[in-house]
Design a protein around this ligand. Structure first.
Ligand code: ADP
Ligand code: ZN
Length: 743
């Protein structure tokens, strides 16, 4: 697995510089795909302990590492090892954090160095933040006393320290007035600690008064939180039932006990409204953590989480690897969301690893969802998690009235995708001055373009996927690898002009149809393609919440957590879309997504509707959605999974073998298959060419390992890897424990 590890070892056993005296050796985990920590010598006088963040030489480079646990194997003379170059002035990673990293590495079969790297991706944060220069009144009077100068001196005369601009602002003068006074010697320079990133949240700032089921739910959670030991609670409540209010209670309690809190949210970058809501409750925003943060801010959040200045972080899945000073609670909101699964280098599910982090460090974890995953439901039923139900919406908000539109009977007009029923419903909603949301989980204009004359289909040159037309940009794009070309006028195959046809709809195409029917309505398309990125998207979402659009057409981005008070109609353009693929979770995922999208409607007292366009109105998912009977649906899913010994009743792992040629990938995959040991209760399926057979020019084969619930999957895979042929040339093997994707 670890391609570059062999050549890294060679560089290690060089003699240390002669002058320093090496007293002992310590293991250091470096952020590389190395299977274990490397040994380094500690120069005399250098103080390191397990968890210390250090800089060490590695081959010709200097890299960041962490002093790890366990003594050295012994026998190696410290004088023969290279020495640690420096220790950063940074609190050491706690024992719990180190154990967590080791645990994740063992579970996901990833090199521990790569897991540690996820915790250390902010090199500039290892040194303390520089002090900021400030001013303090030194006494004396300037030669000339202007009214502005008097105001400044009034402000500063109590002897407190100010920043130059802060003092100017407070006194209502320009900074040049301050500069004038500095020249006169009225102020002395002082150095101030850098300001905290966010103010400390106050658990009593605006405590909500909870009653009825919310109170009971909060009390149950508080009982768990007060024990201050590992437990998992699942808050299962319909959209708008007040789940957030309830878990805010758990956060308040944890803050009162002086512990830090992590809130995991999918698509954190888009949930500006969540941050404001938190501020309304706690008087200060939580620190944010996600990939769209400016590097400086990231460094500050990391540093202040480690030093304990930041008390609450709201973040995307990668926030799980922040080395908090004293974490006491993790909330996983929308715990069923597929965005919690990382499929890059270290494949992990942040929901599951959050539970692990709670167990390792012995604190409570709270999972939250309107449509919990089957895995969490089963854990609730078996008593491993305590489930807390919130069955109704808060206040006078009612769930939307949901209906299926049988597309075989209510066919759209030629070339269209909206049934007459849906068009009529949109019309009525626009008339009432309320908002409609049309949901289609497909970006762009059309998912496939073909030539009407020769039948040529536009495919990505380096992936086995069709190119998606983005008409607004005039491009055909690959959604796998980002490849893009200008939409041609003629077919590249037969050369015929003007005979290319767009097949199927994307959100842009739905917008075109809507604009044809409702030319005067304010229509907006929301997807991750939006120009201007996350900032722009946040603004658009705010504008919609304020009622500045009549019809919103969006992908799943609009489904997540937003509160649109005027939204009273939700139309699902293609409710069957997610059911087509062979994924064992297809029905569950579709149910979750459709529940979430329809849950956008009727968040205030207004009466609301949902229309789901489908060609399979009898499908159990469709029936479950309109009947509102989630439990029957889940029971059926759970029975199915149990019968097929699928998760959580069985275990799965994927092995994805890729290479530059199909032959190399296939040969290696077959070699792995032959290396599989014979173990009762575990079987290997494949290899088979992956449904996505080609991605970024790499050919892919898959093996699926299936085991009974209590089988030792990791042991099996380790044995298999040890016997398998070594990865050579362009071959790469990726393991995916508990896979979510089978493409
Ligand atoms: P969920 O997280 O289950 O979707 P929320 O916590 O977002 O539900 O609550 C839905 C709406 O109801 C929000 O606007 C929230 O402010 C309001 N709400 C819920 N519970 C209360 C309460 N106890 N007091 C005041 N407002 C509440
Ligand atoms: Zn591609």
């Amino acid at each position: 697995m670890s391609k570059d590890s062999s050549d890294l070892f060679g560089a290690l056993f060089e003699a240390a510089p002669a002058k320093a005296v090496m007293t002992r050796t310590v293991p250091v985990l470096v952020p590389m795909p190395a299977p274990k920590p490397y040994s380094y010598a500690v120069p005399e006088g250098m103080a390191v302990e397990p968890g210390s963040v250090v800089q060490v030489p590695l081959g010709p480079r200097q890299v960041i590492g962490v002093v790890w646990d366990g003594g050295d194997e012994g026998g190696v003379d410290p004088k023969k090892l290279r020495p640690i170059s420096r220790v950063f002035d940074c609190p050491p990673l706690a024992k719990e954090m180190r154990d967590f990293i080791d645990w994740v590495a063992a579970y996901t079969l990833s090199p521990p160095g790569l897991v540690a790297r996820m915790a250390l991706r902010v090199p500039a944060a290892f040194d303390p933040e520089p002090m900021v220069e400030g001013l303090r009144f030194a006494g004396g009077t300037p030669e000339r006393l202007t009214p502005a100068r008097v105001r400044v001196m009034e402000m500063a005369k109590d002897g407190l320290s100010w920043t130059r601009s802060g003092l100017a602002h407070a006194a209502g003068v320009s900074t040049s007035v301050i500069d004038g006074l500095i020249t006169q010697g009225v102020f002395e320079t002082v150095f101030l600690p850098p300001p905290p990133l966010v103010a400390k949240p106050d658990p009593d700032y605006a405590a909500s008064r909870l009653e009825g089921p919310q109170r009971e739910a909060a009390d149950e959670i508080l009982t768990e939180v007060r024990k201050q030991e590992f437990s998992v609670s699942l808050i299962d409540g319909v959209t708008g039932s007040g789940k957030t209010e309830v878990y805010f209670e758990a956060i308040a309690e944890t803050l009162k006990r002086g512990k830090q809190v992590l809130i995991l949210l999918p698509e954190i970058a888009l949930t500006a409204s969540f941050l404001e809501r938190f501020q309304d409750r706690f008087g200060a925003k939580p620190a944010e953590w996600h990939s769209d943060l400016a590097p400086r801010t990231r460094e500050k959040v990391w540093r202040q989480a480690v030093t304990g200045e930041v008390r609450v972080v709201a973040g995307a899945r990668s926030a799980l690897f922040l080395p908090f000073e004293d974490l006491g609670l993790i909330i996983v909101d929308e715990e069923h969301d597929p965005a919690y699964k990382q499929e890059d280098r270290v494949y992990y599910n942040a929901r599951d690893m959050a539970v692990v982090r709670g167990r390792v460090a012995d604190f409570p974890v709270v999972l939250v969802s309107a449509t919990p995953s089957v895995e969490s439901q089963v854990n609730g039923q078996s008593g491993r998690y305590s489930t807390i139900h919130l069955p109704t919406r808060f206040g006078d908000a009612a769930m939307p009235d949901l209906h299926l539109v049988d597309m075989r009977r209510h066919a759209p007009e030629r070339g269209g995708f909206l049934s007459p029923l849906l068009i009529r419903a949109i019309g009525k909603t626009v008339e009432k001055g309320q908002q409609s949301l049309l949901f289609l989980n497909r970006r762009g204009y059309a998912p496939l373009t073909l030539c009407r004359v020769c039948g040529h289909r536009f495919q990505c040159p380096q992936c086995s996927s069709w190119l998606v037309e983005h008409r607004f940009r005039g491009q055909l794009q690959c959604h796998q690898c980002g490849y893009a070309e200008r939409t041609p006028e003629a077919c590249p195959e037969c050369g015929t002009f003007d005979h290319l046809v767009a097949c199927g709809p994307g959100v842009e195409r739905i917008a075109e149809e809507v604009e044809r029917h409702f030319p005067d309505a304010r229509t907006i398309v929301l997807s991750s393609d939006i120009m201007g990125g996350v900032k722009r998207l946040r603004l658009e979402l705010e504008a919609i919440a304020k009622g500045e659009a009549d019809i919103v057409i969006g992908t799943q981005l609009v489904a997540k957590g937003h509160n649109f008070p005027l939204m009273t109609l939700v139309g699902i353009i293609d409710a069957d879309l997610g059911l087509a693929n062979g994924d064992p979770r297809a029905a569950e995922r579709t149910f979750q997504l459709l529940s979430q999208v329809t849950g956008r409607a009727g968040r205030t007292g207004l009466k609301s509707h949902g229309l789901l366009q489908t060609y399979q109105p009898q499908h159990p998912v469709m029936q479950a959605i309109v009947s509102g009977d989630a439990s029957a649906f889940y029971e059926r899913e759970i029975t199915e999974r149990e019968r097929a010994v699928l998760p959580p009743f069985g275990r799965l792992a994927s092995i994805i073998v890729s290479a530059e040629t199909r032959q190399d990938a296939e040969t290696h995959a077959r070699g792995m298959r032959s290396a599989a040991p014979q173990v009762q209760g575990i079987s290997v399926l494949g290899p088979a060419e992956a449904p996505l057979a080609l991605v970024r020019g790499r050919h892919r084969f898959r093996l699926l390992v299936h085991g009974k619930r209590n089988s030792d999957m990791q042991g099996f895979l380790r044995a298999m890897l040890a016997q398998a042929p070594k990865e050579r040339g362009s071959v790469h093997v990726q393991l995916d424990i508990d896979p979510q994707s089978f493409l």
